[in-house]
Design a protein around this ligand. Structure first.
Ligand code: SAM
Ligand code: SF4
Length: 343
């Protein structure tokens, strides 16, 4: 599917739950967020139906996310269902890794194609603080368990916090030296609790890594679903990636939609609007009506996000010009936290 700006939309992030067993400071408030009632969350059959229709329109890669996707029981069943959909080339997962060791066998048996593990520090105490109670060893065991499957691509996603130490981030990057794993540094986005958190820029991280590991080679081959820029340091088994959504907008190459656990189809991370797929499915909507909602969503993708702009609250779509600027009927910015959107 092509959108109004000629971008090919072929990737979707599907959140399977709003629940999480951690409370990362930049993602969720300490007390958590009021859980969406179970009855309001899409069932596996509903997700499968939606993905089958979306795949018919050209969506070929699906990332399962959350909340924490591994707290939803029976995830391998969903992976199996999605893998059997004609046109779906890849089903991957992003997880905090704490429950991965126990589940990686059944996930890969169901056909999981790759896994991303979120890990922001290698310091046990700091991990406990940042996640408000997480146990670092559980994640490292999950990482090693995933790496025991030689054909399974594994990536680490790190959101470097402003007050993190250089030594800690260098050790984290060093995981790519010792192991066949790509380590990506993601800039903090002002969504949910992220509005009150400060991260480090991709540029600062890169300079820090170059001071320690020398000048890297650019790595041009595509890796994964998205906008990361990769480099290869000499002697490293894995690559280092940078996802710099704030300092280097990559909206021109945006290829994605998002489906929340409640069934809202979001054209862009920053804006709160979307198509109510759950209402369509539960209201007896036909496949053609759902197809239409997906196509409309693609056509309503804005040119770019406006994170970091001082007047960003005024206009939904800068390219639409003054007519839409600040109108009270303009759909507003996203108020849900990242755990409800799926990252
Ligand atoms: N619980 C899973 C996990 O942590 O991987 C999946 C959901 S989580 C919302 C997906 C990703 O979003 C994680 O890598 C997390 O670090 C990232 N994330 C959460 N809040 C963020 C923010 N404000 N800015 C940038 N990334 C954020
Ligand atoms: Fe949970 Fe992932 Fe958010 Fe951390 S980043 S609180 S693990 S959803």
């Amino acid at each position: 599917m092509l959108d109004r700006f000629g971008r090919e939309i072929e990737y979707i992030r599907v959140s399977v739950t709003d629940r999480c067993n951690l409370r990362c400071t930049y993602c969720m408030p300490e007390e958590g967020v009021p859980p969406v009632p179970h009855a309001e969350i899409l069932t596996f059959d509903e997700i499968e139906r939606f993905c089958r229709i979306a795949a018919g329109l050209g969506i070929s890669r699906i990332k399962l996310t959350g909340g924490e996707p591994l707290v939803r029981r029976g995830l391998p069943v969903l992976i199996g269902k999605l893998k059997r959909i004609p046109g779906v080339k890849q089903v991957t997962l992003t997880t905090n890794g704490t429950l991965l060791k126990e589940q990686i066998g059944s996930l890969t048996a169901a056909g999981l194609d790759a896994v991303n593990i979120s890990l922001d520090t290698l310091d046990e105490e700091r991990y406990r603080q940042v996640t408000r109670g997480g146990i670092l060893d559980h994640v490292l065991e999950g990482l090693d368990a995933a790496l025991a499957y030689p054909g399974l691509p594994v990536k680490i996603n790190c959101v470097p916090l402003e007050d993190g130490t250089e030594e800690d981030l260098l050790r984290l990057a060093g995981l790519a030296e010792d192991r066949p794993v790509d380590v990506r540094f993601i800039e903090m986005m002002p969504i949910g609790s992220g509005k009150e958190s400060a991260g480090k820029s991709g540029k600062d991280i890169r300079e820090m890594l170059e001071r320690r590991f020398g000048q890297p080679e650019p790595y041009e081959k595509p890796l994964g679903n998205g906008p990361a820029e990769y480099v290869q340091f000499a002697g490293f088994q894995g690559r280092i990636g940078f996802i710099s959504a704030i300092s280097h907008k990559f909206c021109r190459t945006c290829n994605r939609l998002r489906l929340t656990a409640e069934g809202l189809l979001k054209p862009c991370l920053q804006y709160g609007d979307g198509a109510d797929i759950k209402a369509l499915i539960r209201g007896g909507g036909t496949d053609a009506q759902i197809e239409d909602a997906v196509s409309q969503s693609v056509l309503s993708k804005p040119a770019c996000h406006r994170f970091g702009e001082t007047d960003a609250g005024r206009s939904r779509r800068p390219e639409d010009g003054a007519a839409n600027d600040g109108g009270t009927d303009s759909p507003g910015f996203e108020e849900r936290g990242m755990s409800r959107i799926g990252g």
